[in-house]
Design a protein around this ligand. Structure first.
Ligand SMILES: [Zn+2]
Length: 408
């Protein structure tokens, strides 16, 4: 399997709607996998008419996974964060920062100081393991540790990148409001009294994402993206007829991935997480009743249904058993639900609204024995739930982020 890392550039402002949302003027902060997959599919029908098998392979077979494209502009940051190949992820809901001076310390400037960001999964998990009796363990997770500050720690929403030598920062997403006049259908001129505004992502914004595909499709897919008629440029979102939505996609790197390697990485991270958890638990005199604790972090929204086709808004022990084959008990969760709407770019129809579990949600399962890491690796690579080829259900076992008990 190959992972092609992509960097994308907004060549014009972008306006990305989110289905039948309360405020249709607001733009989404990221480019959904379904959106740019649909735009590429349309480009394929224009550039390569008749190549039906290739179209099926790229867009209908589910063999190619199109991730969400996440904001990756790091203006003013040191060069380490500007390596376009380094991954960008949504901050988990367990990430907290000072209410007063929020943000990563690495991005502090002379004029604008930041008190750092830390993860609070371990303190909250310990609180949960103490039967929610030992509130002392939450001390580190509730107040800003900066000298003479002590402000409340609050959740931090956004996307982060960690550079190769550990520097971590949040990406910046600049939006603005554009105002347009309505057009009269009868005369094709300006309609009186119709003026509307919408929020757009500014031109020049950078995004990071990836596609996952089988080895034999890699060359064909890259060849298609770089086709003379496409040259990596597509139109996405709304307002395309009025000059919005032009996106340039370029390939940054391509890596081979195998379930074996990913399984080893997961095992390594699970061991490191449990050893840190043990240290913290011992220092607080909290007993761990299970042998192993494995966090699962959602990197994108997850759409999942139960046996009766009802949408699932949390993961439980039964789901863990059915999916991983191991017995696990849900001991902690920090999750939110999200209504997912959108537009099907291939069928050219609005999608029905569905309920999912939001990106950034974290679940911790306790196990009595080591799981089958190969199976965990396949779950991580293939994704969970529905519409995984559009970027939904992208998860990570024992994300290294949860080891950040100290401020970054
Ligand atoms: Zn502070």
């Amino acid at each position: 399997m190959k992972e092609i890392i992509l960097s994308c550039n907004a060549l014009t402002p972008l306006c990305l709607g989110d289905g039948r949302k309360k405020d249709p003027r607001k733009t989404l902060e990221f480019i959904p996998g379904a959106s740019w997959r649909g735009a590429l599919a349309w480009a394929h029908t224009m550039a390569r008419p008749g190549k039906d098998q290739e179209f099926k392979d790229f867009f209908l077979s589910g063999k190619v996974t199109y991730s969400n494209l996440l904001p990756a502009s790091f203006p003013g940051s040191k060069s380490e964060l500007r390596d376009k190949a380094d991954p960008v992820s949504p901050l988990p809901f367990t990430a907290k920062s000072c209410k007063r001076l929020r943000g990563f310390m690495y991005q502090s400037t002379h004029d604008e100081r930041k008190h750092g960001v830390q993860d609070t999964l371990i303190p909250w998990l310990l609180f949960s393991l103490s039967d929610e009796k030992d509130a002392q363990v939450l001390a580190k997770a509730s107040k800003c540790p900066e000298k003479n500050c002590g402000a409340t720690l609050e959740g931090l929403h956004g996307y982060y990148r960690r550079g190769k030598s550990g520097a971590t920062g949040m990406s910046d997403l600049r939006t603005s409001i554009v105002t347009r006049t309505g057009i009269c259908r009868a005369t094709d001129t300006v309609e009186e009294s119709i003026l509307f505004s919408k929020e757009v992502i500014q031109k020049g914004s950078v995004f990071w994402g990836f596609v996952l595909l089988p080895d034999d499709l890699e060359d064909k897919w890259r060849d298609f993206l770089e086709d003379d008629l496409i040259r990596g440029i597509i139109r996405i979102g709304s307002g395309r007829s009025s000059g919005l939505g032009k996106l340039g996609i370029s390939v940054e790197s391509s890596n081979s991935i195998s379930a074996d390697t990913v399984g080893k990485e997961i095992r390594h991270r699970v061991t490191a997480f449990n050893s840190l958890l043990a240290t913290e638990a011992n220092s607080q005199n909290i007993k761990r009743e299970h042998v192993l604790y494995i966090p699962l972090t959602l990197k994108s929204d997850l759409i999942l249904r139960d046996d009766c086709m009802r949408y699932v808004t949390t993961l439980d022990d039964k789901w863990f058993k059915n999916t991983t084959g191991a017995l696990g008990k849900l001991v902690y969760q920090c999750s939110r639900t999200r209504r997912v709407g959108g537009w099907d770019g291939i069928l050219k129809m609005p999608r029905e609204d569905v309920w999912g579990i939001a990106a950034g949600s974290v679940f911790v399962f306790a196990l009595e024995q080591e799981p089958d890491y190969g199976r965990l690796a396949r779950i991580q690579l293939e994704g969970i739930g529905e519409r995984t080829s559009e970027g939904f259900g992208n998860v990570m076992w024992a994300d290294e982020w949860h080891m950040e008990v100290n401020r970054l």
